[in-house]
Design a binder for this molecule. Structure first.
Ligand code: SAH
Length: 264
């Protein structure tokens, strides 16, 4: 368990006050790593006022141009959603989210991602998530203020710290977001070349496959096996970006390349 490996990502927050309040929420719970994706603004007067004694966390926040960049290196990405979604992504409650995140933090980096105040996370962002966390609030009004949601998730992470036993290191580190993206690109190339994926009528095939594999939370060895299978079935298909050399790799393969703005 390594709570310092857990980062909090705010995706396209529109109200700087919420960013400041989120910084404060993190610091009060002993966390410090805040990542922002395309914030409207983040360290302006409103943000600073709401950050109060957590100005250091606010000022140290990194700003990214994409969610992919903000979750780089992560082996577990959990998206926070203000509503139930029927998307084939595992949904955790805050307590289980805390346990999963802490358990995973011993072996790799972890991100918890929060959506914009108005719209929440869209499918494109959820494509990068292994699981969702939903705070089971009033079913008739379950949308918390962004910083309040951050506070609650951060509190659960703090409360669980004494409860999660240290797990032995896994056999292989988790596949990172970058590993997974290379795999999806490879898979798509093979599916296109085979004719199974029709570019004229792709339906939701790649999204469904992402959900399937993200749910499995593959480790690097497992991912290398899958890439090895793709490379064996479609020789040359993996040469572009594969750097896999795990047990699944064929010999010689790879190595290359309102108020606070919350909607009601
Ligand atoms: N109107 C948006 C809500 C956005 S609230 C929607 O319907 O999706 C801003 C962010 O706070 C959400 O994207 C989510 O990350 C977090 N959040 C708010 N309420 C939450 C809840 N009940 N459970 C988990 N996250 C929540």
């Amino acid at each position: 368990m390594n709570p310092a490996a857990i980062r909090f990502v705010l995706f396209e927050p529109t109200h700087p006050g919420n960013v400041g309040a989120a910084a404060r929420a993190l610091k009060t719970m002993g966390f410090a790593r805040l990542e922002l994706v395309n914030p409207v603004s983040h360290a302006d007067a409103a943000a600073r006022a709401r950050a109060s004694g957590a100005l250091d966390v606010l000022e140290a926040a990194s700003v990214h141009a994409s969610l992919r960049e903000a979750v780089a290196g992560c082996g577990l990405v959990i998206g926070a959603s203000a509503r139930h979604r029927r998307l084939g992504i595992a949904e955790l409650d805050p307590r289980d989210c805390a346990r999963e995140a802490l358990a995973a933090s011993g072996a790799g980096q972890v991100a918890i991602v929060f959506g914009p105040e108005r719209s929440g996370l869209s499918n494109a962002e959820l494509d990068l998530c292994h699981a969702l966390v939903y705070i089971p609030a009033n079913p008739a009004y379950s949308s918390l203020n962004l910083a309040a949601a951050v506070q609650l998730i951060a509190w659960e992470l703090r409360a669980a710290q004494g409860l999660v036993p240290d797990t032995p290191p896994p056999e292989a580190p988790p596949a990172t977001i970058e590993d997974m993206e290379l795999f999806y690109e490879h898979l798509q190339r093979v599916l296109l070349a085979s004719g199974f994926l029709d570019p004229g009528n792709p339906r939701n095939l790649m999204r469904r496959l992402r959900r399937l594999f993200n749910r499995s939370r593959l480790d690097r060895n497992e991912l290398n096996i899958l890439r090895g299978i793709l490379a064996a079935l479609a020789p040359g298909s993996g040469a572009r970006a594969w750097d896999g050399d795990g047990p699944g790799a064929p010999p010689g393969a790879g190595r290359g390349t309102a108020g606070e703005g919350d909607a009601p």
